[in-house]
Design a protein around this ligand. Structure first.
Ligand SMILES: *[C@@H]1O[C@H](CO)[C@@H](O)[C@H](O)[C@H]1NC(C)=O
Ligand SMILES: *[C@@H]1O[C@H](CO)[C@@H](O)[C@H](O)[C@H]1NC(C)=O
Ligand SMILES: *[C@@H]1O[C@H](CO)[C@@H](O)[C@H](O)[C@H]1NC(C)=O
Ligand SMILES: *[C@@H]1O[C@H](CO)[C@@H](O)[C@H](O)[C@H]1NC(C)=O
Ligand SMILES: *[C@@H]1O[C@H](CO)[C@@H](O)[C@H](O)[C@H]1NC(C)=O
Length: 763
């Protein structure tokens, strides 16, 4: 054992020596191989192209950019004389008005052409620099070493280039907070891609395809539609999934909650519908589940029933039967998803069918969780079942279920009632009565008036109280005994109606109360003097809204404070909600409402209300034929009551709503068809070519109060609504969705304004 004490010594020495050599080698390589001058030049050129941002100031005169100590705003890393990482964080946070964008001389093409001269770049991060323009795929593709690309918070627009799918080393791709649109190319071939964040763009409609390595998938705040593809349930590494704020719909593949690595899932603010199977399981590590603001129904699965120390669960704004802060269940009924005609008559049968469909779907869905693929069948079946029910849209006989009361909760959950046949569950009843109670807070209670009361209110229908005569009615101003002002409409009945036969009809009339309607608050039926079994007239009493019309709030700037943009968007959103209520309240819906901006009234709180909307139709079937009519005598050449016209009737409302939008944008009425066409042409040109031009077309009174994107969105809706072909016009649900989007953009802009981010507008 003698040599043993001595033997370690040479080893230690050798190790020390090796270590020394290695250190020298490292030092030597850093010093002996300075940054190639072409690379240094490229960096300086990038600085110039980006308009000399403060973040790149340290590059000026730096003898060796690679030696700069990394800071949050600038980090450069080099290897072998080549730049391998460049991270620049500017202070130009994008706003909707493009104030932080670089000047017109900027060129994204030139920027990426220069960057392509740094072929060793593995990490590139250019964030908040005001860069704009399309992403040049052919230039990006030359950066074959890229592992991380972060272009967040700029103004890049156009499509996501397909060439990105050929950067095979990519691990992280972050394009969030830009203006990109169109579909995301399939990234399924990027087998190292762990992070894809394309949130807050305008991408869609197809859900992006990604490879199996994905850990973090963030698609929030885009325009993705359709279902979550089954493939997502197979992303075994997925930890973070955020698809909130899109237009995704259909059933949620319940197995995604159980993805083994999942920690965070946010599905909020989409249109996911149906029930979550009771057997839905959540992954152990799942700490956040957000399914709020969808159209989910039924009971929550056990793992989402409440918060625990390990898991936060957000479920508000759905129609869950067992949770708080839910919408009325009518909101989530499939009919509310699209403006399709309600299912055929026979309330028991129709409702039952739906209930069974749901159950079958659910059972299949449970099976689907076990036997992958069966879920697909369930979805197909649900679709087929729904189709089967909507394919023969027979006109139903009024009245609809009385439980379908106009529901509006005080906390702002809108709940346009879909008054179609369905099984009324205790939960529905609870919702309905809750909603009705709250409703009465906003709209006076409904009651039956006596003729004497009305005579007194209108000074015996004196001509001085008469406001106008329409084909259907005389309109009077009135004042009730309690001092409240009302409007009284006098309608003449068709002879065949008796007070008894009118009862179901009046039941419907009594439901025509909604926050965004000049609501009907009572009626009075007056019989024929000779024959008390024949009703001769009906008086309808409506609330009186006295703060002027929407138009007066746009034009009478001497008398009123002009509505600013957010108030305008909120007013028209209210109108859209009123229309949605009318279209969905009965079957067939109340359409052809002769909407015009003079008939949109505002109350003291600037809540908009539709005045003088149409009245429901009575549908009767005789010998298998459907007859629809309004029970009131109308002047000739009036086609109210023809069921055939119903389908186009809702699109007529949409068209007129579009005209209102146009006036709200420009502040000016359009006087003729040719003026309208030329306005539309200008708008659509501005939208496609230069959204900034839209600013000049907007009412001068709202300058400085709008986010350009909010304005653009409303302009887009207006153009779609006024499409010549009725079938090209959107449904009211679509309109509302887009208006809400516009409002969100506006809110985001307003809050960034108030944070003072607009200071960065110079330059
Ligand atoms: C990309 O930039 C954003 C904004 O600074 C930042 O929040 C994010 O972490 C970055 N992502 C990567 C992968 O660098
Ligand atoms: C993307 O937006 C531009 C206008 O900014 C438009 O011309 C183009 O058609 C849009 N592309 C898609 C796929 O929506
Ligand atoms: C969203 O997608 C729909 C079609 O899927 C399209 O009509 C609409 O214009 C898109 N909206 C935005 C804001 O891009
Ligand atoms: C889900 O996303 C929304 C934005 O769309 C956000 O407001 C909400 O806080 C997110 N939920 C969770 C649990 O982070
Ligand atoms: C869980 O806690 C959040 C607040 O952290 C709350 O908003 C939410 O309603 C709670 N969820 C349930 C299901 O109680």
């Amino acid at each position: 054992m003698a040599p043993s004490p001595s033997s370690p010594k040479p080893t230690v020495l050798l190790l020390l020596l090796l270590h020394l050599c290695a250190s020298i080698a490292t030092l030597a390589s850093a010093q002996a191989q300075p940054l190639a001058s072409s690379q240094a030049k490229a960096l300086l050129r990038v600085r110039k192209l980006l308009g000399y941002p403060p973040a790149l100031e340290p590059l000026r005169g730096a003898p060796d950019p690679c030696a700069l100590p990394p800071t949050p705003s600038l980090a450069v890393a080099c290897d072998g004389g080549q730049v391998t990482a460049l991270s620049v964080r500017g202070d130009r946070d994008p706003d909707a008005a493009w104030r932080a964008a670089l000047p017109a001389s900027f060129s994204s093409e030139a920027l990426f052409t220069t960057l392509a001269r740094l072929p060793a770049l593995a990490r590139l991060s250019l964030v908040g620099l005001g860069a704009w323009g399309p992403l040049p795929g052919d230039k990006l593709r030359r950066l074959q070493a890229l592992q991380q690309l972060n272009l967040s918070s700029n103004y890049f627009y156009g499509g996501v280039p397909g060439d990105l799918a050929r950067l095979y080393s990519l691990q992280s791709l972050v394009l969030s907070r830009n203006w990109l649109n169109g579909s995301v190319p399939s990234l399924a071939g990027l087998q190292f891609l762990e992070e894809l964040d394309v949130s807050h763009n305008r991408l869609g409609p197809a859900f992006p395809e990604v490879g199996k390595a994905v850990v973090r998938l963030v698609l929030a705040g885009n325009n993705f539609t359709g279902k979550i593809p089954a493939g997502v349930s197979a992303l075994g590494q997925l930890q973070y999934l955020d698809v909130s704020g899109n237009r995704l719909q259909g059933w949620i593949p319940s197995s995604i909650f159980a993805l083994p690595a999942l920690r965070y899932i946010n599905l909020s603010r989409n249109r996911f519908a149906g029930q979550l199977p009771a057997t839905t399981a959540c992954a152990e590590a799942l700490a956040f589940v957000d399914v709020s603001a969808n159209l989910l129904t039924g009971a929550r699965p056990a793992c989402m029933r409440g918060n625990s120390s390990a898991r936060t669960v957000l479920v508000a704004g759905n129609c869950f039967a067992d949770a708080k802060q839910q919408r009325a269940s009518t909101y989530c009924s499939p009919g509310a998803l699209a403006a399709v005609l309600p299912p055929p008559q026979g309330s028991g049968g129709g409702g039952q069918g739906r209930g069974k469909g749901g159950e079958i779907g659910m059972i299949l869905a449970i099976a689907g969780a076990v036997v992958g693929g069966a879920l697909l069948i369930a979805l197909v079946m649900v679709v087929v079942l729904r189709r089967a029910r909507t394919r023969h849209p027979e006109v139903s006989v009024l009245p609809k279920s009385p439980a379908a009361a106009p529901a509006k909760k005080a906390d702002g959950w809108k709940a346009p009632a879909k008054a179609t046949q369905k099984i009324i569950t205790p939960a529905d009843k609870r919702h309905a009565s809750q909603a009705a109670r709250v409703n009465t807070l906003e709209v006076p209670a409904y009651r039956v008036y006596t003729l004497e009361e009305l005579q007194e209110a209108t000074n015996n229908f004196s001509s001085s109280n008469m406001i106008k005569t329409s084909p259907l009615a005389q309109h009077y101003n009135g004042q009730l005994q309690d001092g409240s002002r009302v409007l009284v409409r006098c309608l003449r009945l068709k002879p065949k109606y008796s007070p008894q036969s009118l009862a179901p009809y009046m039941e419907i009339i009594s439901k025509l109360r909604h926050r965004h309607l000049v609501s009907i608050i009572g009626h009075c039926i007056v019989g024929d003097q000779e024959n008390p079994n024949i009703a001769s007239s009906v008086y309808l009493i409506s609330e009186c809204v006295t703060n002027g019309s929407l138009r007066s709030h746009l034009t009478e700037w001497r008398r009123r404070e002009m509505l600013k943009w957010p108030q305008r968007v909120s007013a028209v959103t209210g109108v859209a909600r009123g229309i949605q209520f009318l279209h969905n309240m009965t079957a067939p819906g109340i359409v052809k409402n002769d909407l015009n901006i003079e008939n949109i009234l505002l109350d003291k709180t600037l809540t908009s209300k539709i005045n003088d909307f149409n009245l429901p139709i009575i549908s009767t079937s005789k010998n298998g034929k459907i007859f629809s009519e309004i029970p009131f005598a109308v002047h000739e050449d009036n086609d109210i009551g023809s069921a055939h016209n119903m389908e186009q009737g809702d699109k007529q409302d949409i068209y007129q709503f579009g005209l209102i939008l146009l006036e709200v944008i420009t502040g000016k009425p359009t006087d003729s068809q040719s003026e309208l066409e030329s306005l539309k042409a200008q708008l659509s040109e501005a939208l496609t070519e230069d959204p900034d031009r839209l600013k000049d077309m907007a009412d001068p009174a709202i300058q400085g109060t709008f986010a350009v994107d909010s304005l653009c969105t409303v302009a887009e809706i207006a153009l779609n609504c006024t499409a010549g072909e009725p079938s090209d016009r959107p449904s009211i649900d679509d309109v509302i969705w887009n208006l809400q989007y516009s409002m969100q953009v506006q809110d985001g802009w307003a809050s960034s304004e108030s944070l003072g981010l607009s200071v960065k507008s110079q330059g």
